[in-house]
Design a protein around this ligand. Structure first.
Ligand SMILES: CSC[C@H]1O[C@H](OP(=O)(O)O)[C@H](O)[C@@H]1O
Ligand SMILES: Nc1ncnc2[nH]cnc12
Length: 291
């Protein structure tokens, strides 16, 4: 049984993880590119925790410029089994108000041009993404929120736009009409890549604004997002600390199959696999490639 290691991907306004103890910084190289920053590796209680600032400290990287593959590969190399994404988002529903944490369970990918798979010619694989969020991990987040008296909304669909511009009014109304709940710019392809790397993924979508559809609110701007994200920071740190303290020692089987997503997923016959790609896949797919 593998030891559980909790990863935390800090989004806009979250460039560090207060409460992380015995911290060391490690720059982990990846054959896929440059991770957004050094990993901050430490523990909370008995749980090993690995933190990565998605946009890099100082918010250097745009959503389109993040190397999502390098980030997930580096976290995998650091032993991360479960990854919690902390993400700012806009809301399409009155009741999902700024300040509320939404535990989304679905994603719609409207990004384009971002490398969104570790696999390709020379090693073709198709993993299931029907349930992109680990239900067990989400339950743990919800339980920790209840214990900390932090209101959360369970369930919802996060649409990931390319950005970096915010949506037009027509886009915002369309997404709302389609039944999407929140919007951001980063959770795809992150969630796809986590699944390919057999890392269980869950997002705490922290509502910062009503995008631009809401007749009673100004259209979103960065100042509004940053103000709410700052106000949320302590709450998010408290929530993560509680999740970590109550985390199991060993990795639990994921009801959505994220811990064994690559079982039977690789279609390319062994003799037709590209050795260069196979070498790059050593961390992500080593479990199945090495047999
Ligand atoms: C500053 S608002 C736009 C920015 O914030 C969100 O980032 P993250 O998901 O990393 O918190 C959103 O996706 C955009 O990248
Ligand atoms: N309205 C919005 N659209 C896209 N990404 C966001 N991140 C925070 N608010 C957002």
């Amino acid at each position: 049984m593998a030891a559980a290691v909790l990863g935390v991907m800090g989004g806009s306004g979250v460039y560090d993880l207060p409460g992380l103890e015995d911290v060391r910084e490690e720059r982990i190289g990846s054959p896929w590119g440059e991770p957004s920053d050094a990993l901050r590796i430490g523990r909370i209680g008995e749980t090993k925790v690995v933190f990565l600032a998605r946009h890099g400290r100082g918010h250097r990287l745009s959503p389109s410029g993040i190397d999502y593959r390098a980030n997930i590969d580096a976290l995998k190399r650091a032993g991360v089994t479960d990854l919690i994404s902390l993400s700012a988002c806009g809301s399409f529903r009155d009741e999902l108000h700024p300040g509320l944490f939404v535990l989304v369970d679905q994603f719609v990918d409207r990004t384009h041009g971002r490398p969104s798979s570790f696999f390709g010619n020379g090693c073709v694989a198709h993993v299931s993404l029907a349930h992109p969020v680990g239900p067990g991990l989400q339950r743990r987040i919800a339980a920790a929120a209840e214990a900390e008296d932090i209101p959360v909304h369970r369930g919802g669909t996060y649409v990931c736009m390319e950005g970096p511009q915010f949506s037009t009014l027509a886009e915002s109304r369309t997404y709302r009409g389609l039944g999407y709940d929140v919007i951001g710019m980063t959770n795809m392809p992150e969630a796809k890549l986590a699944r390919e790397a057999e890392i269980t993924y869950a997002t705490i979508a922290m509502v910062t604004d009503y995008d631009c559809w809401h007749p009673g609110h100004d259209a979103v701007d960065v100042a509004a997002v940053v103000a709410v994200a700052r106000a949320n920071a302590d709450k998010a740190a408290r929530l993560v600390a509680r999740i970590a303290r109550d985390f199991p020692r060993d990795r639990e089987a994921c009801p959505a199959g994220s811990d064994r997503a690559l079982d039977g997923a690789i279609m390319t016959a062994p003799q037709h696999r590209d050795p260069a790609l196979i070498a790059k896949l050593d961390a992500v797919a080593g479990r199945v490639l090495r047999g």
